[in-house]
Design a binder for this molecule. Structure first.
Ligand SMILES: [Zn+2]
Ligand SMILES: [Zn+2]
Ligand SMILES: [Zn+2]
Length: 256
């Protein structure tokens, strides 16, 4: 039994093919979809999901067992829509642990249909070792991240196993202090939604640090840690002849 992170999806919230899009890049993925960004933490015969995406049914089929809980980064589409599959029409869970910040739980508690699910809210707090969550032989710390609201805050997770630490940060508006964010991890799965600033006409309204700017800011040692994730369908890294930067691969396993 190993302890590892399994990458269950690498696309932005809407997946690739993107909803309603017939661009050549989306057309190429009709037969082999890229699911919204999601990872599983696996410790022995237990596992936990980070985020509940619209493709949760397909992503659960990539796991050996039903998860023991779900951790949430924030409440945008690709990160919570899959919670609906926990309800009575599908999995019909009861007292199912959902780990999230206070503001995320307040949102889930105060709004239907989220408050009709059999969720057991487990509150995460930002910060140091005193707020570490233990899942099997994995320790998870919660890091606050600047990302557009307005409904809740957003976090990243620092995931430490017996041998290695992985940072999971699928969504950020900008990097306030990237060296500090990368300092404690061996592998960093970082927001790579867009490659450049010119991919979308409305990109100003949905800011993400473009890969080319993030990559240029990294030191050689930091570049060895980074794998980008959370790709929008406009991102040329999805092409076989796209830019040469390290990207997470759907289905890959990262030993902890
Ligand atoms: Zn997202
Ligand atoms: Zn497309
Ligand atoms: Zn988001």
């Amino acid at each position: 039994m190993t302890t590892h992170v399994r990458v269950l999806g690498i696309a932005q919230d809407a997946g690739v093919p993107h909803t309603g899009c017939d661009c050549p890049r989306c057309a190429r993925h009709h037969a082999a979809p890229l699911y919204p960004a999601c990872v599983a933490l696996v410790s022995g015969d237990q596992c936990w999901l980070i985020d509940a995406t619209p493709a949760i049914a397909e992503q659960l089929r990539m796991l050996p067992a039903f998860p023991d809980g779900i951790l949430l980064t924030h409440v945008h589409l690709g990160h919570v829509a899959g919670l609906l599959q926990l309800g009575p029409e599908a999995c019909d869970v009861h007292d199912f642990p959902v780990y999230a910040t206070k503001s995320v739980h307040a949102f889930l508690r105060n709004n239907a249909p989220w408050n009709l699910l059999g969720i057991n809210p487990m509150e995460l707090t930002d910060g140091d070792a005193s707020s570490t969550l233990r899942l099997g032989d994995i320790a998870v710390r919660t890091l606050p991240i600047q990302h557009r609201g307005p409904l809740t805050d957003t976090v990243a997770f620092l995931i430490t196993g017996p041998n290695r630490t992985v940072l999971y940060c699928p969504d950020a508006d900008r990097w306030d202090d990237l060296p500090a964010l990368l300092a404690e991890c061996d592998i960093a799965l970082l927001d790579g939604s867009f490659y450049s600033r010119e991919e979308l006409p409305r990109q100003m309204d949905i800011p993400h640090p473009p890969i080319e700017e993030t990559w240029a800011a990294l030191s050689p040692a930091e570049r060895k840690k980074v794998r980008f994730i959370h790709f929008n369908h406009t991102n040329p890294v999805l092409d076989a002849d796209g830019p040469d930067v390290p990207c997470a691969v759907q289905g890959e396993t990262i030993e902890l």
